[in-house]
Design a protein around this ligand. Structure first.
Ligand code: ADP
Ligand code: ZN
Ligand code: ZN
Length: 817
């Protein structure tokens, strides 16, 4: 009898692949283990076993596997089920999900690039013969493809050996990821446990009486540790005791001290664990109880709590309960880089049980975290992460918190799977029988709709913590201000007055402008020409600091031009404005003030966000100018004034969610004002003071916004009533893209008639020299989603069989944002 396994390979191919295994292998293998398998002519991939069976494939002869890579499954049964659901719901291959789900170090293949770990010293004596061969080769070559290593030693042993080296952190793979985020290893020392008792300590000091330098080190050690039990850096010990590193090394060699390494970023010990018991106020307590009742009934619960109502403290209480029952918690955040404050708050509370999962971590670090979660280790009780952390191998998931659930960054654009982590979290929790809490001050229309239609439950929290009033909101009509000549640059007299008054009181200001750069467009007043990106259909954005014109889509840039590129006229003017211009104007208007800017341009480095947030927290910055980065859950104590410079370009964005999103953005940024004692103030500058959304923001009328937007969604057949699937066709050939899109739209139209919109060029129809065309399919509530997807797949299969359109790619986006 022959045995076979189905394998998921990290490739964008629809199906699983069947390989032959021996009876012993079949007996050993379990779903979720890794195997190395041959693929194509000469490639080797690592794949995940999906199942073991006795059915030979029909259309091809199954090849044998190369080898088994695990002793235990590294992918859980829940994960396999989840991947399968994601692939089905978001219409992509399981292989694409696999690729997104596992750190690439788990998926070595013949093309993987291997290098020696830059932050680890390798002790040659510790290596096996095979490890040594690879080590030696890497010393010579600095980096090698696995395929090349396979020439050096027995092909069969290469992947297991490299897997082992990777897990010991001695080599790294896919270095380009590693470069972005190199953690610093810091050397720590501790005293061997056996000297813990007083008796042993005295014996030790006696022993060392003829090595006075070493004795001093030990005495210093005790002195330092009596003050604080924090881990002690070797450097600190050396400095405090005046001993050379050779002296300390001698102690390590004697086995009196031992050294260990900690990475600076992930493990934060500087934070005092707060022992203070957190007490919820009356309103939080009531909400907490109600949430628990809903969650215990197995319902997804939406916590609608105004900004600064203390939602985080409620999450903390819930997490506490789950942890005490031995469960794991997943805390999902829209963008981890912006939430150092929250990380600190949770770490202060739960200490080392908090793990942060960061897409900027190196492959090796992500593997390490993955393993912690898989083992359900003490360090992996609370996982804080952005959307990709739904892919971790939870064993005892008890609760998922989705903070700021309305944020669009929970949705992945590219590559597939184009999932929404908030919605996927609900499904994931269901598999685990875990609880789900969604939280926001400005819930998404979809979630709020679910909570009013008995799909989710809802709990509201309408008061700010400490009974601080919601900020007072004033609308400034800038059309009138321009007419009355009460504008200086982009600042109305009212905004300037308020800024000055706030600074005078020693309080801080946040100014929100949703465009970065100096001004979006440079225009010739003679001929009207404005410089365009050669690769994309957009105007270049003018950046004054770098004196450059830049494309925000592809990164193309040229030096600022003195003359029009079309007619040579020197009369150029700028149109529109961005954060940089606001900063410049402000510096001229208020030369005394300390001004900071937070946008993509100022936060590129690893600690870019952190530096600015800390500076603002410590009040070395008085006024912070920024884009929507400012709206994401930041908690500053001393901000009294928030200014929104131009509400209109938010409202005019061509998208059916533009109004909802403007409301959310404005209310969120307004929510940064007056969070502690004094009531905050918000000024909104606009050309449309009577716009409904502006009016609704000004009185914090979520319900009003919700009802009105819902009506529009109903009238125009949009979510939450209709489901949407967007197809994007793209290629480097303009007319092929056009024709192909017409073909697909016609085929879809035959089935779905008037519920197919397009094909239509997006606002930016060419990016990096590829042309894009969109088709939108609206799916009425009574129409089966499964059947609809079935039709779409069929149409796309015929489409792909047409040779002329081989170069046209189709991107499927279910529930597009
Ligand atoms: P939200 O997440 O709803 O915007 P936060 O959880 O950030 O609100 O709370 C706002 C502020 O109030 C924070 O500075 C927080 O530390 C404080 N706070 C909230 N609840 C409590 C509590 N029960 N005890 C002490 N401080 C609290
Ligand atoms: Zn010109
Ligand atoms: Zn471009």
């Amino acid at each position: 009898m022959s045995f076979y396994i189905n394998v998921i390979l990290p490739l964008p191919l629809e199906k699983q692949f069947t390989y032959e295994v021996s009876p012993e292998e079949a007996n050993f293998l379990k779903a979720g283990m890794r195997v190395a398998v041959p693929f194509g002519k000469s490639k080797i991939y690592t794949g995940i076993v999906a199942g073991v069976h006795e059915n030979a494939p029909e259309r091809y002869e199954a090849k044998p596997i190369e080898q088994i890579l695990d002793e235990f499954p590294i992918v859980t049964a829940h994960q396999l089920k989840f991947w399968n659901w994601l692939a089905g719901y978001y219409m992509c291959a399981e292989g694409e999900v696999l690729k997104a789900a596992l750190p690439s170090g788990f998926l070595l293949e013949s093309e993987t690039l291997v290098q020696l770990s830059p932050d680890q010293e390798i002790d040659e004596a510790d290596l096996t013969d095979e490890e040594y061969l690879i080590y030696e080769a890497l010393l010579k070559q600095s980096s090698l493809k696995i395929q090349e290593i396979m020439q050096l030693l027995d092909k069969k042993t290469v992947l297991p050996v490299i897997n082992k080296l990777v897990s010991k952190n001695l080599v790294v793979v896919n270095q380009e990821l590693f470069e972005q985020y190199k953690p610093k290893l810091i050397r720590y020392v501790k005293l061997n446990q056996k000297f813990d008792s007083e008796v042993e300590m005295h014996l030790l000091l006696d022993d060392l009486s003829n090595a006075p330098k070493q004795r001093d080190v030990i005495l210093t050690w005790f002195q330092l540790q009596s003050q604080s039990k924090k881990p002690l850096q070797l450097k600190v010990l050396s400095k405090a005791s005046g001993a050379s590193s050779a002296t300390i090394k001698a102690l390590i060699e004697k086995g009196i001290l031992s050294e260990y390494f900690l990475k600076t970023d992930r493990v934060k010990f500087d934070i005092e664990e707060s022992n203070q018991f957190l007490t919820l106020n009356e309103w939080q307590e009531a909400a907490f109880k109600e949430i628990n009742i809903n969650l215990d009934r197995g319902e997804v619960c939406l916590l609608h709590g105004v900004t600064s109502s203390g939602k985080t403290e409620i999450y903390i209480k819930l997490i506490e309960t789950v942890l005490s029952n031995g469960g794991q918690v997943l805390y999902l955040l829209p963008e981890i880089a912006l939430t150092s404050q929250l990380v600190q708050r949770l770490q202060a509370y739960f200490g080392e049980q908090v793990l942060v999962y960061h897409s900027k971590y190196s492959v090796n670090e992500r593997m390490e975290i993955y393993n912690h979660v898989l083992r359900s280790s003490e360090k992996a009780k609370v996982i804080l992460g952005a959307r990709s952390s739904v892919f971790l191998p939870f064993q005892k998931l008890g609760l998922i918190v989705v903070d700021e659930e309305h944020e669009s960054s929970f949705k992945q654009y590219d590559p597939a799977p184009r999932y929404n982590a908030r919605d996927a979290a609900v499904v994931l929790a269901n598999f685990h029988k875990a609880k789900v809490l969604l939280g926001s001050a400005t819930p998404s229309l979809e979630s709020y709709y679910n909570s009013t239609h008995n799909k989710y439950s809802r709990v509201s929290l309408n008061r700010r913590f400490g009974d601080v009033l919601m900020p007072e909101i004033e609308i400034v009509d800038i059309k009138e201000k321009y007419r009355k000549k009460q504008m200086t640059g982009h600042f109305s007299d009212r905004l300037l007055e308020e800024i000055k008054a706030t600074l005078k009181e020693g309080e801080q200001v946040i100014l929100f402008q949703n465009r970065r750069g100096y001004s979006p467009i440079l225009e010739c007043t003679t001929c009207g020409h404005s410089p365009q990106c050669p690769n994309c259909d957009v105007s270049l954005t003018f950046h004054n600091n770098s004196k450059q014109l830049r494309c925000h889509y592809c990164g193309y840039h040229i030096a600022m031009q003195k003359k029009c590129m079309a007619c040579d006229s020197p009369d150029l003017t700028t149109k529109g404005f961005g954060t940089e211009q606001i900063e410049t104007e402000l510096k001229a208007l208020l030369p005394e003030a300390k001004i900071g800017r937070m946008d993509l341009d100022t936060t590129r480095g690893k600690h870019g966000h952190q530096k600015i947030i800390t500076a603002f927290e410590q009040e070395t910055i008085d006024i912070l100018v920024g884009t929507q980065m400012l709206t994401k859950g930041l908690d500053f104590r001393n901000v009294r004034l928030v200014g929104i410079l131009n509400a209109d370009n938010l409202l005019n964005f061509p998208d059916f969610r533009a109004h909802e999103r403007s409301f959310q953005l404005m209310l969120q940024v307004a929510g940064r004002a007056g969070r502690t004692q004094k009531r905050g103030k918000v000024l909104i500058q606009t050309y449309n003071p009577h716009h409904k959304i502006i009016q609704q923001v000004s009185v914090n009328d979520y319900e009003g916004m919700y009802k009105e937007q819902l009506d529009e969604r109903h009238n125009y057949k949009y979510p939450p009533y209709y489901k949407l699937i967007k197809l994007t066709l793209k290629s480097r050939d303009y007319s092929k893209t056009n024709d192909a899109a017409d073909w697909v739209a016609r085929a879809l139209g035959n089935v779905f008639s008037e519920n197919v919109l397009g094909p239509e060029f997006p606002p930016v129809a060419r990016i990096r020299n590829e042309y894009y065309k969109n088709i939108l399919i609206k799916i009425p509530p009574q129409q089966s989603l499964g059947k609809t997807k079935g039709y779409i797949s069929k149409i796309l299969t015929s489409f792909r069989s047409i040779g002329a359109w081989r170069s046209v790619r189709v991107i499927i986006n279910v529930d597009p944002y």
